[in-house]
Design a protein around this ligand. Sequence first.
Ligand code: GLU
Length: 297
Amino acid sequence: MTRSFTRIFRFAPSPNGPLHLGHAYSALLNGDLARASEGRLLIRMEDIDVTRCRPEYEASILDDLAWLGLDWEQPVRRQSEHFDAYADALERLRAMDLVYPSFLSRAEIRAATLDPAWPRDPDGAPVYPGLDRDLPATEARARIQSGAPYAWRLKMDAAIERAGPLAFTEQGSGPEGETGTVTATPALWGDVVIARKEIPTSYHLSVVVDDALQGVTDVVRGEDLFPATSVHRLLQQLLGLPMPTYRHHGLIRDEAGKKLSKSEGATGLAGLRASGATAEDVRRLVGLPPAQPTPST
Ligand code: GLU
């Protein structure tokens, strides 16, 4: 007996601004791959940053996605409605003694990492110096109780030791052409932030929890997130979550070769729509073939 395996894709925008051509490419590629494999397409709103995400952006994103011809399942998962699930995962990491409250301010981090040879993470930020990694628990608790600002960080060395060597499957290619079985290199990130004082999660934690909860089999996203995949793989291993397959795609760039940002008008979908472009025009602009009809079953 053959068991049918349904692939599940997701497009996961952060509703902190309107969509541009780069998002359109990612969303359409997810839609095309889901359709070609007779799989499912989910949309997830990554709105944990409640100060920057707004309902009106969410509404305009969904409107743009429908205009592009995408067809996704309801309901749309909104991360801001699932803080409990992320808090549970954080608690599990705490129980494994793999996270610690870190108290250094930005200025203190800067001061401790002035040495030009200090390692930088793949985003270019200095690796956290970890001066408070081994604070006695009573002192950490007292500081938290006194109202000090803090963030929960992963004890990266201990986490790697517990997880052992890890790899993930890359079906696209990373920024340096990595494809196939790729060795995860989470150590490059140092003690990453796993949750904040006000928000009991981070991008890394919520993305792995949600991909697992939603049964995502295929993560298709921009290659700017390729280095973060190593952290995701590590968290999946620690939390006993399944590993999706990854496909990182090239980024759509502006004429100067710069990555598009949400504030740029010219490549915004709203502007293109207002100037009379069609969804097929957008597909052409981002280099995708014309839309295919849904395969008949
Ligand atoms: N929310 C992320 C973004 O808008 C994408 C996360 C992901 O696809 O894993 O850049």
